[in-house]
Design a protein around this ligand. Structure first.
Ligand code: AMP
Length: 315
């Protein structure tokens, strides 16, 4: 499933994205997380992005588009993804559509997590993140049992540098101006669904799960059925082709065998014909020789008889 999570900073979409990853076993792609990793690693890209991030402004489109393109090309993106914090403006959304069209994997759902601005403000300024396991707390709404210590792994909690009041109000302003129009962009595509992002994490997660199930599952099932029918048809066509090839081969072999079987018979005929004249000669030659012998014997006996008669006359 291919989802974009929309929502202002502090709407809780990052927290929900992590739960969706666990449930649907597809990766979360957060441009904010990717950028923070670049900043922490001190890369050129991180250095370029840092000043915009610290000021609560958007990083340039070419930087985030490059990062997303690289991320989408990874093998784990084949089964789907949850985009979190991207796209942040209309040009990014258009570029994403183009990228996904090239991959033949269009977006299925844009899920907007809707929260009032005053709640967002408290959430952002009160947010604390575990430096070890990434668990998120809020000192106003969901404080850790021990101050600044992760309940899950005991790691230290950090306050994001862009979660101070000045930067937060800037980020919310940028959201209203540049990101909020994406709701209409996806509405026009018939892909927008909204969930109210206030309440317990689990109740919001359930509402999101219900929307995903009703929007994507039926579509995924239909697509799955179409795909398996196409696969079955392709397999059948392949099997028939193989069968036809085998039949053609068998026919060729049979013809060759028949031709081979005829060949010695012809040879015999040819041999007979070849032998026949000499035999015929012999046959013809035999009576001729016998006749010659008979004539010779007759001549001899006639000569003998004549000689006898002559001898008698002399006596
Ligand atoms: P986030 O964690 O999503 O609130 O992002 C933190 C900061 O990273 C933002 O205030 C921006 O400066 C920058 N950022 C994250 N995603 C984007 C994006 N898609 N386009 C531009 N800048 C972004």
């Amino acid at each position: 499933m291919r989802i974009v999570l929309l929502g202002a900073p502090g709407s809780g979409k990052g927290t929900q994205a992590k739960l969706l990853v666990e449930k649907y076993k597809i990766p979360q792609m957060s441009t904010g997380d990717l950028l923070r990793a670049e900043v922490a690693a001190g890369t050129d890209l991180g250095k370029k992005a840092k000043s915009a991030m610290d000021a609560g402004q958007l990083v340039t489109d070419d930087i985030v588009l490059g990062m997303i393109q690289t991320r989408l090309a990874k093998p784990d993106a084949k089964n789907g993804f949850i985009l979190d914090g991207f796209p942040r403006n209309i040009p990014q959304a258009q570029s994403l559509d183009a990228m996904l069209a090239r991959l033949g994997q269009p977006l299925q759902l844009a899920l907007l997590v809707d929260v009032e601005t005053d709640v967002l403000m408290k959430r952002l300024t009160g947010r604390r993140t575990c430096g070890s396991c990434g668990a998120i707390y809020n000192i106003h709404f969901s404080a850790p049992k021990t101050s600044n210590k992760c309940d899950k792994c005991g790691g230290g909690l950090t306050h994001r540098s862009d979660d101070n009041e000045n930067t937060v109000s800037n980020r919310l302003k940028v959201y209203q101006e540049q990101t909020a129009p994406l709701a209409n962009y996806y509405k026009a595509q018939g892909k927008l669904r909204t969930v109210r992002g206030v309440g317990t994490v689990s109740s919001i997660f359930k509402a999101m799960g219900d929307i995903i199930e009703s929007q994507i599952r039926p579509l995924a099932d239909v697509m799955g059925k179409i795909e398996s029918a196409a696969l079955r048809a392709a397999a059948k066509a392949k099997a028939e082709e193989a069968k036809a090839k085998a039949a053609a081969k068998a026919e060729k072999i049979a013809k060759a065998a028949a031709a081979k079987a005829k060949l010695p018979a012809k040879k015999k005929v040819v041999a007979k014909k070849a032998v026949a004249p000499s035999k015929a000669k012999k046959k013809l030659a035999k009576p001729a020789a016998k006749t010659k012998q008979k004539i010779k014997t007759k001549v001899k006996s006639k000569a003998k008889a004549k000689a006898k008669a002559k001898a008698k006359k002399v006596k």
